[in-house]
Structure formats: structure tokens, C-alpha cells
Write a protein that binds this ligand. Structure first.
Ligand code: GUN
Length: 303
């Protein structure tokens, strides 16, 4: 059997079209548009490229977009003051502080300073708590887990009563996606197991999974024989394993990316599987846009 390939690039396109249509309708009916500020501290090349993509996507959707680049030497106090400014700016509905921050700044303190109702990353403890409670309490599901859930649902995979095994326990992916899949409601109602570096028999757990979500950051960790025939496999790993000349511009080197799952072998066993790249990756920024639209709707009282 060859698995259905779950294309994040395709699903992103559908969701962005839905967001653009909603933005247009809200603008016409209510005269407001979503406002997103991206705060970038320093010149980390990966952060610059993520932020550039976020800005480009926000612009393409007709958002009010503010790009705030700060020197790597900005003091923690000044960064907190900047966040306070955007917390009080009515044209801004979502605040994104690109991580990582320079070492002299306490990341936790900065994230906790963002108004929870503008925390479109879903990293503030209030939003983490809301996610755990579930249902109507949830305001901003964190973007990567939200993207994973959308992919599972839009692929038509049954989640109710499914055995979901999550490999990895990070605050950004493992813990929140496990929490989301066990909630009552559509796209969830699963029986969830989280496994991690101290788990005794990783393979035995993975073999039980109807839906296997892997966010370990270890290239090729999951072997094909660990996959239950017909399972849905979501590979969150984006590991740089080398460089190659760019297909478009052979003079330029680009990263060779590999997931946490041995894709070529796994696709012969799984029922559906995400590729790397082109799987979960494109979904994160998409869900950031969805959260920003949600923040606008919350602030404007639009159902
Ligand atoms: N750095 C890498 N991924 C992310 C993300 O999803 N949000 C923020 N704020 N920073 C990141």
C-alpha cells in the first residue's frame, strides 16, 4: 500500500483562501482588518526568514502588518515597554515576538508580558491553561499543533476513539497536541499517549498508534516497522542533515531537510503521511494568520 501524502502546501492554500474571504467580508461589513506586529530582536538568519514569510503572508491576506526590528542589544526593560505599547494599540490584534531572544533577555518574562488576548502564538500561561480546559475556553491554540489537527481533520482521518501516540513532550508541540487530541469535540476525542526520551519501549507504543505524531527532532528516529499498517503519520521534524545546490539557482546552497520518520519506507506502510518538507511546516504560519483573525473577531465582538 502506498500512503496518501498529506500536503501542507495544499491545505495551507485552502485555509489562506478561507481567511482571505473572511477578512474581505469583515472589512466590508464592519470596517476593520486584522493587525499583526512581528517583533524581531537581532539578526538570526532563521528568525529573519520566518519573520519575512509571516509578513509576506499577512500582507497577502490584507492584514495591517507592522514589522518591528530591534537591535540585539535592546534591554529587557525596553522590550517590555515595546510590548506594552502594542498591548495598548487598538490597531494591533496579534503580537508575535520571534524566538529565540538574545541570552540577556528573559524569554518567559517577555512572553508573559503579552496581553493574553493578543497572544496569537498561544504561548502565554493563560492561553496554555485555556487550552487545557478546552471547549469555548480555547482562544489561541498554538500554531504548529493547530496545524497538525487541521491536517488530520482535512484528510478525513477518524480521531474519535483513535489511539494517538505523540513522540516528544515539548511545550510548543508535544504537550499541546496531546492535550488537544484528548479534548471532547470534533477532531479530537482520542486516546492519547505521550512518549519521550525516557520511555522504555518506544517501538511498542508507536506500533499501537492509529495516528502517530512525531516531534522529537531526531532524523529518521521512527522506523518503518514501528508503523501500524494504515496509520496516519504526522512528521513534525525538520532536521538539517546537510546542504545541496539549489534546484533553481545551482550557485546557491540550500539545506537538505529530513524528518523524524523514514519517509520513503514509511509511506509504503502508512495510510496517510506528511512529507518533509511540505508537510507540517507550511501550516504553522497559516494558523498564526487564523489566530490573528480570531483575535480581531474577539476584540470587535464578531461571532
Ligand atoms: N521561533 C520558531 N518558531 C516560532 C514560533 O512558532 N513562534 C515564535 N514566536 N517564535 C518562533
Amino acid at each position: 500500500m502506498t500512503a496518501k501524502i498529506i500536503s501542507g502546501t495544499e491545505i495551507r492554500k485552502q485555509i489562506l483562501e478561507e481567511i482571505a474571504a473572511e477578512v474581505k467580508e469583515i472589512k466590508e461589513k464592519h470596517g476593520v482588518i486584522p493587525g499583526l506586529v512581528t517583533i524581531l530582536v537581532g539578526e538570526n538568519p532563521a528568525s529573519i526568514s520566518y519573520v519575512t514569510l509571516k509578513i509576506k503572508t499577512a500582507n497577502s491576506l490584507g492584514f495591517h502588518e507592522v514589522q518591528d526590528s530591534q537591535s540585539p542589544d535592546i534591554s529587557e526593560e525596553d522590550l517590555l515597554a515595546l510590548i506594552d505599547k502594542y498591548n495598548n494599540d487598538d490597531s494591533i490584534h496579534g503580537i508575535l515576538v520571534q524566538l529565540p531572544l538574545p541570552k540577556h533577555i528573559d524569554e518567559k518574562k517577555v512572553l508573559n508580558a503579552i496581553d493574553p488576548d493578543k497572544d496569537v502564538d498561544g504561548f502565554h500561561p493563560v492561553n496554555v491553561g485555556r487550552l487545557m480546559i478546552g471547549g469555548d475556553e480555547v482562544k489561541f491554540p498554538p500554531c504548529t499543533p493547530a496545524g497538525i489537527q487541521e491536517m488530520i481533520v482535512r484528510t478525513g482521518v477518524e480521531t474519535s476513539g483513535a489511539e494517538v501516540v505523540v513522540v516528544g513532550r515539548s511545550n510548543i508541540v508535544g504537550k499541546p497536541i496531546a492535550n488537544m487530541m484528548l479534548q471532547k469535540g470534533p477532531g479530537a476525542n482520542s486516546t492519547v499517549t505521550i512518549v519521550h526520551t525516557r520511555t522504555k519501549d518506544l517501538a511498542a507504543h508507536c506500533k499501537r498508534a492509529d495516528i502517530l505524531i512525531v516531534a522529537a527532532g531526531v532524523p529518521g528516529l521512527v522506523k518503518p516497522e514501528w508503523i501500524k499498517p494504515g496509520a496516519c503519520v504526522i512528521d513534525v521534524g525538520v532536521n538539517r542533515v546537510g546542504e545541496k545546490p539549489s534546484a533553481k539557482d545551482p550557485g546557491r546552497m540550500v539545506a537538505i531537510l529530513r524528518g523524524d520518520v523514514d519517509f520513503d519506507a514509511a509511506k509504503e506502510i502508512a495510510g496517510s503521511i506528511t512529507p518533509v518538507p511540505g508537510g507540517v511546516g507550511p501550516m504553522t504560519i497559516t494558523m498564526l494568520m487564523k489566530n490573528t483573525l480570531r483575535a480581531l473577531k474577539m476584540s470587535a465582538g464578531i461571532a
